[in-house]
Design a binder for this molecule. Structure first.
Ligand code: NCD
Ligand code: ZN
Length: 352
């Protein structure tokens, strides 16, 4: 590859962590993702949450109905269930039998729509044992929720207090540390001993590769750069970028694109979540190019995710072109609007 390529071809990527909501909102965000990605792990934090296989199948049917209306037949939603204190081992086995991709652990109160989350993992032993036995991955929102713990430390504390004991108790459980944001998480995932098995992975968002926490306060408060886990210091961003571009298959693409209406973000108590789906691939390409590692993008975006989930890699190729794309100030979102990441600015790369 030339040192400064102006276009790159890669196997079509997938998004291994995505929020598309439901109803009118879903209608407006799904097309953005389906334009770029072949598959996406669909997060279950709806209101009420997707806690059973029946609810997930109904949600999948609504997504497929919407894709049909959009005329899209090239996108596959991968469904997840929301783990609760009451998830039974039977539900886990049923999930496996019906092609559910994994369970999502939200510590209760950690983030948007997580009130029904797990209060203490000790309530989940039977479900976790069943997941380990049938090989269903646990997707982890890795933050402690205690208000005494500084918000910038919640991920690092989670590793010691929750993740490490969890992996000791369930050494064969497949686990994705979702949207990692710290040096500590990078080191934990990189160095985790797995007895040669493919049992730990981590997703990384475009915003955590491109911005540090100053971006939330640049010249005034910037609600559209606020997500959870919150952006961290520059040293963490650098560690994440190094991990993503290292070629280590434990790190793969998950946008965590999380749509909230403009009014819900620009408020006295604004919601957490960045909408990156409009041109997520362009954002990742920028991040990889910034350290001269565009040649590592395909592994991160297109290979390591399916390999972790034991799914076939995609075969279709897509072309990313270095051509600045203007990002609108607002996009339609049901009867409201949404402000995408980079609104009113440009993204250097876009799909051909
Ligand atoms: C997500 C959302 O809005 O659903 N928000 C976010 O800031 N990332 C929830 C989540 O993934 O934490
Ligand atoms: Zn998320």
């Amino acid at each position: 590859m030339a040192t400064n390529p102006t276009q790159i071809e890669l196997i079509q990527p997938d998004d291994w962590h995505l929020h598309i909501r439901d109803g009118e909102v879903m209608k407006d965000v799904l097309a953005d993702t389906a334009r770029q990605f072949a598959r996406a792990i669909i997060m279950p934090n709806l209101k009420p949450p997707v806690t059973t296989v029946d609810l997930a199948n109904a949600y999948r049917a609504r997504i497929e109905g919407q894709l049909k209306l959009l005329g899209v037949d090239t996108f596959t939603p991968l469904m997840t269930l929301y783990l609760t204190d009451n998830t039974s081992a039977d539900e886990v086995r049923k999930a496996k039998a019906e092609g559910i991709a994994g369970f999502k652990l939200y510590p209760a109160g950690a983030t948007t729509n997580s009130d029904a989350g797990v209060s203490d993992l000790k309530h989940c032993h039977a479900a976790l044992e069943a997941m380990q036995a049938v090989g269903l991955p646990l997707l982890v929102h890795g933050e402690v929720t205690s208000s005494e713990i500084d918000i910038f430390d919640r991920e690092a504390v989670f590793i010691d207090q929750v993740l490490e004991p969890l992996r000791k108790n369930f050494p064969e459980l497949k686990l994705v540390f979702e949207h990692i944001t710290t040096l500590q998480a990078v080191h934990y995932v990189r160095d985790a001993a797995t007895a040669g098995k493919n049992t730990i992975g981590a997703t990384i968002t475009p915003q955590h590769l491109l911005m540090n926490r100053n971006a939330i306060f640049a010249g005034g408060i910037r609600p559209h750069n606020y997500c959870l886990p919150v952006l961290k210091r520059e040293e963490h961003r650098v560690a994440l970028l190094e991990a993503a571009t290292s070629g280590n298959p434990r790190f793969f693409l998950g946008t965590d694109s999380a749509p909230h209406a403009k009014g819900a973000k620009e408020a006295a108590c604004g919601c957490a979540g960045c909408y990156s789906a409009f041109n997520a691939l362009g954002l990742y390409a920028e991040a990889f190019e910034s350290v001269g590692k565009l040649d590592k993008l395909e592994g991160f975006a297109s290979f390591f995710g399916p390999d972790f989930y034991s799914l076939p890699r995609n075969t279709k190729k897509v072309t990313l072109v270095k051509r600045a794309q203007n990002i609108p100030n607002e996009l339609p979102l049901g009867d409201a609007t949404i402000v995408p990441l980079r609104a009113g600015e440009t993204i250097a790369w876009s799909l051909f």
